[in-house]
Design a protein around this ligand. Structure first.
Ligand code: PEP
Ligand code: MG
Length: 787
């Protein structure tokens, strides 16, 4: 078995010798595809290095001391083995062979810089993908550095992550072998990825992402790339989303990379020319038809040429759609004009964003510039706008679907539409540019895609949306299991209360009072007070609140007092005089800080008056209060006084809850417990503040920063539950997290959360998930006790 082989001479069948990555690239060279030249240091070389050096004793010796339960032990063993790899000399014969191969390759291909890339072998791939776990070194210059990088790649078979992973998968640490690919570095001006089919849906169109500079920043998600879609049937580019790229990764002469600013004139320029998009797509088609399956490709380009640097099968496509020809066979060109189309599952979306509220709805697109314009929207139309504001809620209530340019999964449009049951897509970046007023469009709020034309309702499995609302939540009182964790529902507008009250829930975990303001009051509270219309404000608020409390009576309804943000409420009639322009409204004058300010205090007292009135005059003792965006305990002391002033004192009959959103409430959970009956986690804000990731930023959302499942957020939740329970306080949750991620709901149950308040559409499925988890936990407990 050779120690080295030319990349052009290998194929998929050489996998045990050269690994998967090199095998595929060799195969592509044989297909005539442009792949940077190189050679492979085989697994035979690896084995010889191991057998002929002190590593033969060193590795088993180190592994004998490995204690997987102790991270310090894993780290120490890993360091010891990798140091040994890096400091052990190659046996003479092997060094000479590698040096000769390197010299020949440099001369033949005029190489200055190389990429030294791990290429994992067949044993690694079966049933346990080590993809991305081994290291790669870029821009390596000179023979000695390349030889050192080879030993580092080999050593990366023993990083702590890989050691633990291999042990969990039951692989023998010493039977795994690694090949290393040495390849000429391309001086990339632009690079990116390509999926030959949509990896989420299997639809027949290619997705290309492209960004300036080296590919690492793009693959790693640091840079938001351009996004192009090429129709699989017509081969036309049907979508181009051009991003604003502020920095790129470039090579430095001495070796390695650095970040640099993208020149202003290039930032928003299309990264890959139309001609190159077509060329890249045709290369991808060759790869896909060779492998006869959807492929995930990494590519790059210098000033002259395009290159393929990696290709692997896409593994995420839904069953039945993965084999070429099995679904969406290439057919005649399909029209993307504004004509009714029979089945959107075969169409290419005009634009995509985050699916924020599920359901499908079709109708006439109405482009609204802001709330001033909203009278133009007729019931059953699709509202398309840059971003919704609270004063647009009346239009949102009438809309059959909503599409915005901006926003992430917890932005205003996302929350409101979900509570209204209207399909919604946020963060498309360009819907207002690509959709014209009057176009017929179909919105799929589950996948986040907007299509031209009207789709037939049966096109997707999701229920079709009647105008003004989607999938009515499944009632199913009788069939739903009972859970120990209390399940509540979030209610938006009072108009939905009757319908949601039929759900198998124990009450309302979150009634945002802002919704009553926007749907019933419709004017800024301070403007009303100034006009001497305070009593009218109380009447209207009390009406809205009573509708919900009556519908759910005697089940508790937790009314959250207002959490206006200045940017959202400036647009309300009369709002401009009271809402300052803030740099960071998400961490600005909101929540409790308003109540204790002399400016807003009178309005807060009227909110409390409305609550007090429905409790006393109408006997709706199921109304309780929750305070949002609590930052410290001294503000709570002042607010408790105000509650008392309005006849709302904590008792068995009247509970006061705090939202846990600012990390201070988590860090000092025991202190805050003294001021309330319980907490409700606002996971939207808590995630934002623990991770420092603006919840409204579609850029961070796309890059995966805003994620309730992040370990730091989970840790915060665990700490809160511990602290609050130690003081005998309950902990619930009312943010979007458990409605979006069932595994997040599972985590909460495992950690002993007392209640979960969900969006109406997820109540029934989540109850089932929780019931079966509780059952499992109970059984585990029984088994543990028995053993
Ligand atoms: C939250 O922050 O999770 C929450 C429920 O409140 P809002 O989304 O209204 O800020
Ligand atoms: Mg919040």
């Amino acid at each position: 078995m050779p120690f080295v082989v030319d990349l052009a001479d290998v194929s998929d069948s050489d996998l045990p010798l050269v690994g998967g990555k090199a095998g595929k690239l060799g195969e592509m060279i044989r297909q005539g595809l442009p792949v940077p030249p190189g050679f492979v240091v085989t697994t035979e070389a690896y084995q010889t290095f191991l057998d002929a050096t002190i590593l033969k004793e060193e590795i088993p010796g180190a592994l004998a001391t490995l204690d997987l339960e102790r991270p310090e032990s894993v780290d120490a063993v890993s360091r010891r083995i990798r140091d040994a790899f890096e400091s052990t000399e190659f046996p003479d014969g092997l060094r000479a062979t590698l040096e000769a191969a390197f010299a020949e390759y440099v001369a033949r291909h005029d190489v200055r810089f190389s990429a030294v890339r791990s290429s994992a072998t067949a044993e690694d791939l079966e049933g346990a993908s080590f993809a991305g776990l081994q290291e790669t070194y870029l821009n390596v210059k000179g023979s000695d550095e390349v030889l050192q990088a080879i030993r580092k790649c080999w050593g990366s078979l023993f990083t702590p992550r890989v050691l633990v992973y291999r042990a969990k998968k039951g692989f023998d640490h010493l039977s795994v072998r690694l090949a290393v690919l040495i390849q000429k570095m391309v001086d990339s001006v632009v690079s990116g990825i390509l999926f030959t089919r949509d990896p989420n849906t299997g639809e027949n169109h290619m997705i290309i992402e492209a960004g300036w500079g080296l590919g690492e920043a793009i693959v790693g998600g640091e840079v938001t790339p351009d996004h192009y879609v090429v129709d699989g049937a017509t081969q036309r580019v049907v979508l181009k989303q051009i991003s604003d790229q502020s920095f790129r990764l470039v090579r430095v002469e001495e070796g390695g990379n650095r970040k640099e600013d993208v020149p202003p004139e290039d930032r928003e320029r299309q990264k890959l020319s139309d001609e190159r998009i077509q060329r890249l797509a045709s290369l991808a088609r060759v790869i896909e038809s060779h492998y006869r399956r959807p492929m995930d490709i990494e590519w790059c380009a210098d000033l002259k040429s395009l290159y393929i640097v990696q290709a692997r099968p896409v593994t995420t496509i839904p069953p039945g759609k993965s084999m070429i020809g099995a679904a969406n066979p290439p057919g005649p060109a399909r029209s993307t004009a504004s004509t009714p189309s029979p089945d959107i599952s075969h169409e290419v979306p005009i634009v995509r964003g985050f699916g924020a509220s599920p359901g499908i709805a079709g109708g006439t697109a109405r482009l609204l510039v802001g709330s001033k314009d909203m009278e133009r929207l007729q019931a059953g139309e699709i509202l398309v706008t840059t971003m919704t504001t609270p004063d647009m809620v009346p239009a949102m209530t009438k809309a059959a679907g909503i599409v915005t340019d901006e926003g992430g999964m917890t932005c205003h449009a996302a929350i409101v539409s979900r509570e209204l049951g209207v399909p919604c897509i946020v963060g498309t970046r360009s819907a207002t540019k690509l959709i014209a007023d009057g176009d017929l469009v179909t919105v799929d709020g589950k996948t986040g895609s907007v299509y031209r034309g009207l789709a037939r309702a049966k096109a997707h499995a999701a229920p079709a949306a009647p105008a003004g609302g989607t999938a009515a939540p499944e009632a199913g009182h009788h069939s739903s299991p009972v859970t120990a964790t209390k399940i509540y529902v979030n209610v938006g507008v009072p108009e939905k209360a009757e319908e949601y009250a039929r759900l198998p829930v124990q009450g309302v975990g979150l009634l945002r009072i802002e919704f009553i303001f926007t749907a019933h009051v419709r004017e800024h509270p301070l403007a009303l007070i100034k006009a001497g219309r305070g009593p009218e404000l109380v009447d209207r608020l009390a009406d809205g609140l009573a509708t919900v409390c009556q519908a759910f009576y005697p089940r508790p309804v937790i009314i959250r007092t207002s959490d206006f943000k200045t940017n959202e409420y400036r647009g309300m009639p009369g709002g401009e005089s009271y809402e300052p322009e803030e740099e960071n409204p998400m961490i600005g004058w909101r929540g409790c800080s308003r109540y204790i300010s002399p400016v807003y205090r009178p309005a807060f007292l009227l909110e409390l008056e409305a609550i007090h009135r429905i409790r006393t005059d109408q006997g709706l003792k199921n109304a309780h209060v929750m305070l949002p965006f609590v930052r410290n305990t001294w503000e709570l002391e002042q607010i408790a006084e105000m509650l008392k002033e309005k006849g709302l004192k904590r008792s068995r009959d009247f509970q006061l809850y705090l939202m846990a959103e600012v990390p201070s409430t988590v860090l000092l959970a025991r202190e805050f417990s003294k001021h309330c009956d319980g907490f409700s986690i606002g996971s939207n804000d808590l995630t934002q503040l623990v991770l420092g990731a603006d919840r409204d930023s579609e850029t961070l959302g796309r890059m995966g920063y805003f994620d309730e499942r992040d370990p730091a957020v989970l840790k915060a939740i665990e700490m809160l539950i511990e602290g609050a329970h130690a003081e005998g306080r309950t902990v619930g949750i009312c943010g979007q997290g458990p409605s979006v991620y069932p595994e997040f709901a599972e985590f909460l149950v495992r950690k002993g959360i007392d209640s979960i308040s969900l969006n109406a559409d997820t109540v029934v499925p989540t109850i089932r998930t929780i019931a079966s988890l509780e059952q499992r936990l109970k059984l585990d407990g029984v088994r543990r006790a028995r053993d």
